[in-house]
Design a protein around this ligand. Structure first.
Ligand SMILES: [Zn+2]
Length: 217
């Protein structure tokens, strides 16, 4: 077993672990450019920055599509684990969590009063997930990080493995982003089908990362 690397601030060890290698697929809604980068990461053997389970993907897409007719943004947390491979950190998103939202077509935030409910749901999920990022939708206005989104990322998700997933259910586009010095860039992600064994919790467990409900607009 490799010695754990210590992450600044959270001081949570990130273990070396091979990422999902079977049943990987590009998201159906990737743009041509994103698909090219998917293929190049696949050729290089990875790791991708983010591995999105089909379970999480479906929940995110359905959530976004459900509110698309009203042009309402949706938002939630990406839950899973962080590991490293070939010296690079990557995250595996196994599930998502969301709660009541206050949203319009161009702005969304969690209802602060709904946080206790959300954290109770996370506690009773039976898994020791950590928060690896967040998702939100841009119904009809394509995928990027707005100034507010970037502020949210810097406030709540400032680790290199923290992902911001943006989905446009109307234009059918989806992208993941991460912080880089001075701004943000698109990161790579693959959709994967988790092995049953992993779903039953036989895999290595990760420690829950305590998070403060600090989303602001
Ligand atoms: Zn946004």
């Amino acid at each position: 077993m490799a010695r754990p690397k210590i992450v600044k601030e959270t001081r949570r060890p990130i273990e070396d672990r091979e990422p999902p290698t079977t049943a990987l697929m590009p998201h159906e809604w990737l743009s041509e450019e994103s698909l090219r980068s998917y293929k190049s990461v696949l050729r290089s053997g990875g790791p991708f920055d983010v591995y999105l389970s089909v379970t999480a993907e479906e929940k995110i897409r359905r959530h976004a599509v459900r509110e698309a007719p009203n042009r309402l943004e949706v938002m939630g947390f990406l839950l899973g684990e962080v590991s490293s491979w070939k010296g690079r950190a990557y995250s595996v998103v196994r599930d998502v969590g969301t709660t009541e939202l206050k949203s319009t077509s161009s702005k969304v935030r969690f209802d602060p009063e709904a946080f206790p409910k959300l954290f109770h749901e996370l506690d009773s999920s039976g898994f020791d997930y950590i928060l690896v990022g967040w998702y939100h939708s841009h119904p009809g206005h394509s995928c990027f990080l707005s100034r507010t989104d970037l502020e949210t990322q810097r406030t709540m998700f400032d680790q290199p493995y923290h992902a911001a997933l943006v989905i446009d259910p109307i234009k059918r586009d989806i992208k993941t982003f991460r912080l880089v010095p001075g701004g943000y860039e698109e990161s790579s992600f693959a959709v994967f089908i988790p092995e049953e064994a992993a779903a039953r919790g036989k895999g290595p467990r990760t420690r829950r990362l305590k998070v403060k409900p600090a989303v602001t607009t």
